[in-house]
Design a protein around this ligand. Structure first.
Ligand SMILES: [Zn+2]
Ligand SMILES: [Zn+2]
Length: 335
């Protein structure tokens, strides 16, 4: 629903960012349907959009390190404390003090607006000459997959097999990070032939159609061993079942897709030594690293641009599976 909102002004320590681009994410649908237990304390209405980049517009008193006009990406871990062990290690996304998942567009006013109020300057990462419209999806889709893969590196050795289930908005980054950071064979699994074709262009070695046969095909590719790493970017019952059936002994399954699926954590139904983890977003260090990779030209960032006034159309295209890349809303564009 569109609504006129007043332009924000920064209080002490806060920063107003002029939005260049604000990405759409599957989480937005969860937020819209209020299908999460978190909304009791922070009920809507608030502005959607948690993948934000733009230019510093106005700095509140005491907000340091930036000047008006600086191009920045916005780390969405706004509920992080900045002081706990994980925050200090750059993992603000998993801050120990957080009580609920909270981000711009998820409890706070987000980026689907001409301006966004960022609560602290520490959430801004300079992007230099990188196009902020391209930087926007990196703040969630980019760092989520990057972080999941970086933490899994000990199980992804050269010659092992890494599987990405779902090669859409998240998975296409995952394929690229696996190619950039590891010597593993990269297998893409998806139901869409067009997306699989794109995954091949982005570096996938093998393409597999989703379905009950997929896990067996992965086992065949690996001489029966299975994949030492599976990244589930969908997270429904069927993809989790494929993931576990394709996993090697002591393999690692990371679920980043919040599709609402589940799988029993059963001693005899899991490959011995298996690790099952979820991973939410990424921290400021990951964001800087991903931006640096993009600035070096190492990352292809597929973006479908929509003017902010076409937000409804963008969500419809998203829901109907018409998008190839990440949809990004652009407040400055003519509608
Ligand atoms: Zn998201
Ligand atoms: Zn913390």
């Amino acid at each position: 629903m569109f609504q006129e909102v007043p332009d924000p002004h920064p209080g002490p320590g806060q920063v107003v960012v002029k939005v260049a681009g604000s990405g759409l994410c599957h989480t937005d649908f969860t937020v819209i349907s209020r299908d999460l237990p978190y909304w009791k304390d922070h009920p809507p209405p608030f502005t959607l959009g948690h993948e934000i980049a733009g230019w510093v517009e106005e700095l509140g008193t005491g907000a340091r390190g930036f000047q008006r006009g600086d191009a920045v990406a916005v780390n969405p871990s706004w509920a992080s404390c900045g002081r706990c062990h994980l925050c200090r290690s750059g993992e603000e996304n998993h801050c120990l003090e957080q009580k609920a998942i909270r981000a711009p567009g998820v409890g706070y006013d987000g980026g689907h607006a001409p301006y966004v109020l960022v609560p602290e300057a520490r959430f801004l990462v300079p992007i230099g000459g990188l196009d902020p419209v391209l930087a926007a999806p990196l703040t969630d889709a980019g760092i989520t997959t990057y972080t999941a893969i970086k933490q899994a590196l000990p199980v992804i050795w050269p010659g092992s097999t890494a599987v990405v289930i779902g090669v859409g908005g998240l998975g296409l980054y995952a394929v690229q990070f696996l190619r950039q950071l590891t010597g593993a064979r990269v297998v893409a699994v998806d139901s869409s032939e067009a997306r699989l074709k794109l995954a091949r262009e982005y570096g996938a070695d093998n393409l597999i159609a989703s379905g009950p046969e997929a896990a067996g095909q992965i086992r065949d590719l690996t001489g029966g061993i299975g994949a030492t790493f599976v990244l589930d970017c969908v997270g429904v019952n069927a993809t989790l079942a494929t993931a576990v059936a394709a996993l090697s002994w002591r393999g690692r399954l990371t679920m980043v897709g919040a599709g609402g699926g589940s799988i029993p954590f059963d001693f005899f139904k899991m490959p011995p030594g298996a690790q099952l983890v979820t991973s939410l977003n990424g921290g400021g260090i990951a964001l800087k690293e991903v931006i640096d990779m993009a600035a070096l030209g190492r990352l292809r960032i597929p973006v479908d641009r929509y003017p902010l006034s076409a937000a409804k159309q963008a969500y419809e295209d998203f829901q109907q599976g018409h998008l190839v890349g990440r949809a990004v809303l652009i407040p400055g564009a003519a509608g």
